[in-house]
Design a protein around this ligand. Sequence first.
Ligand code: ADP
Ligand code: MG
Ligand code: MG
Ligand code: MG
Length: 401
Amino acid sequence: MSTYHPLTENEAIEIARSLTSVLPNAETLHCREIGDGNLNLVFHITDPNSGRSLIMKQALPYAKVVGESWPLTLDRARIESESLIIEGKLAPELVPQVYKYDPELALTIMEDLSDHVIMRRGLIEGGRYPRFAEDISTFLAQTLFFTSDLGMNQQEKKLRVRDFINPELCKITEDLIFDDPYTVSANNSYDAAIEDEAEELRTDGELHLEVALLREKFLTQAQALLHGDLHTGSIFITPESTKVIDPEFAYFGPMGFDIGAVLANLLLNYASRDGWHASDSEAADYREYLITTIRDIWTQFEAKFLKLWDEHGIDRIASAAPGYKELYMKRLLQDTIGFAGAKMVRRIVGLAHVADIDRIEDAAVRERAQRTALAIGKSLIKLNRRAESIEQLIDAAVTAS
Ligand code: ADP
Ligand code: MG
Ligand code: MG
Ligand code: MG
């Protein structure tokens, strides 16, 4: 294979041509680069004769953010393709199929999911996804249980932890989520209108204590193989199907980080609804839908995880010790709530925002959405170690809106 260089569309076509099992008898192939161009190239390749297609994702050796550029390991393409393969085994049908991984070119060739929409966009447009809670709770329960010490051989797991050491991508999370929003940092970005909120984030000692504890957990707890970036931009969806993409931040970390990411992004959308509906009652109706989805995700996740534990738990003392399972699930809920809060806060004042809120045109409505998201985020962070029930997360959201 050729040495690493960013591919042109024509080179991508030549590589696609060699994948005869996916694109048999291809004559003219069409190619379009469709990535956002910050970290990776994404080529969409189609055969107009057969209607067949595939996606090629190539890692770039740098990250481009706010005009600046910093080097970023190409090894994340390996992490991404290996994660997709592991996730595909544990949660069949819930990730794209990987056709090929080329380490030299940092290239993953995978199933084309263009018949799905990116969930963030689907939610902004008011779409409803009746399968989502069922599918994402299955994805979370299967991938987290079977890569933890509860469901995986513990020596084997240690070797997997080593394979998924992902220091550069983890550092992005450590800085952008668990540090920058609480200090003066060139990475932060927010509307001047909410400077008062940003100032409060920098001075709230109670909040800082909880963020430091969450950060410690993210740095030290190799509980299970996480997706690591499970926001609604990493989920492709239709009413009938859910597919998780983009696990380049995968590493062994605290399970609540992935579950919290999903809930945080639903709550960010929740905070944005006044910007997306013609009437208050429509917005309220959609918020109700999001709340039901959040409740269903946690409830179904918990039931599925406990069932896997009953049927496949390999750790004798963890399975038999009176009260351990209850305590484990309670701590998992608490982590989920804390990480969800941290993920919300950073999307308002930190480097990377969400379109759900940023794209609201009316400045006053947008500002209200930002303040609502921050209010929910801060209350979740402060609640986390005291939480006993998912209803407390829901109460925090309802109270803030
Ligand atoms: P990044 O890590 O750069 O965010 P993603 O994996 O999220 O890259 O992909 C960026 C975009 O490329 C997605 O939002 C989607 O539009 C498109 N894309 C990625 N993977 C696929 C796929 N398997 N099928 C169709 N489109 C895809
Ligand atoms: Mg992107
Ligand atoms: Mg992405
Ligand atoms: Mg990515």
